[in-house]
Design a protein around this ligand. Structure first.
Ligand code: ZN
Ligand code: FE
Length: 258
């Protein structure tokens, strides 16, 4: 099976080194910066052939240029609409396209919302979501509409099986869960997850990956149908509609100010 090594980058970013054990080939998801990725490639004695970018933001593509200088011929994947804004892009992906490195085969979901070209990479039950889905939260809606972001999270990613492991782009989990708690103070899953994450973080470890089954219980952006959450939203905004996109819009705006 494919091996996955989280590589902390910058302040709170994760790049992920993916290793195909049969061919010793490696790919990196979202190399924020060159140095830590290069070190991990050296340590593991693997052959880096591929970059998978989830979107064009600098904290996800910052290592592209230097990696392509040191690994000539490296393939750089991103969404077709990110042409001209992902450095060195060689492969232009659309929703449902297949990707491969070594013997490892995956596919992509187009997830507009955070950016118009945001994508999730799927390898078996492992999903690399970039800044679309975080543990306990989601990315800010910069380029798409709230409706698109809701659809990306709840329909595109939301239809994946419960045992999907989510490898997200930032260690924001503790802050996300504190916010989630303000929306659902009585949700015991959020409380126990927050306690567990605080312990994990105090040991210097990270919260990635997270299980989709667990996110369905704690992540407010996947819970816009929940009555307790809806009740809170109505208290904040007495005139808001109860359809999931309206609820999503209110809580995304509350999170922007949290
Ligand atoms: Zn981003
Ligand atoms: Fe980011």
């Amino acid at each position: 099976p494919m091996k996955i090594i989280p590589i902390p980058c910058l302040k709170d970013n994760f790049a992920y080194l993916l290793i195909c054990p049969e061919t010793n080939e490696a790919a990196v998801v979202d190399p924020s910066e060159y140095e830590p990725v290069f070190k991990e490639v050296q340590n593991r004695k693997v052959r880096l052939t591929t970059i998978f970018n989830t979107h064009h933001h600098w904290d996800h593509v910052g290592g592209n240029d230097e990696l392509s200088r040191h690994f000539p011929g490296i393939k750089i994947h991103a969404h077709i609409s990110d042409r001209d804004r992902v450095p060195g892009q060689t492969d232009f992906l659309e929703d449902g396209d297949f990707v491969q490195f070594g013997n490892q085969k995956g596919s992509i979901l187009h997830n507009p919302g955070h950016t118009s070209g945001a994508i999730t990479y799927l390898f078996g039950n492992m999903a690399f979501t970039g800044d679309t889905l975080f543990s306990g939260g989601c990315g800010r809606v910069f380029e798409g509409t709230m409706e698109q972001m809701h659809h990306s999270l709840n329909v595109k990613i939301g239809k994946l099986p419960d045992d999907t492991q989510l490898f997200f782009g930032h260690e924001y989990t503790e802050n996300n869960l504190r916010f989630a708690q303000t929306l659902e103070p009585k949700n015991e899953d959020i409380q126990s997850q927050l306690t567990q994450i605080q312990r994990v973080r105090s040991e210097g470890k990270w919260s990635t990956p997270s299980l989709l089954a667990s996110e369905r219980k704690i992540n407010p952006f996947l819970r816009c149908h929940d009555q307790a959450l809806q009740k809170h939203v109505i208290q904040e905004q007495p005139y808001s509609n109860l359809d999931p996109v309206s609820i999503f819009t209110v809580i995304r705006k509350l999170k922007d100010q949290f």
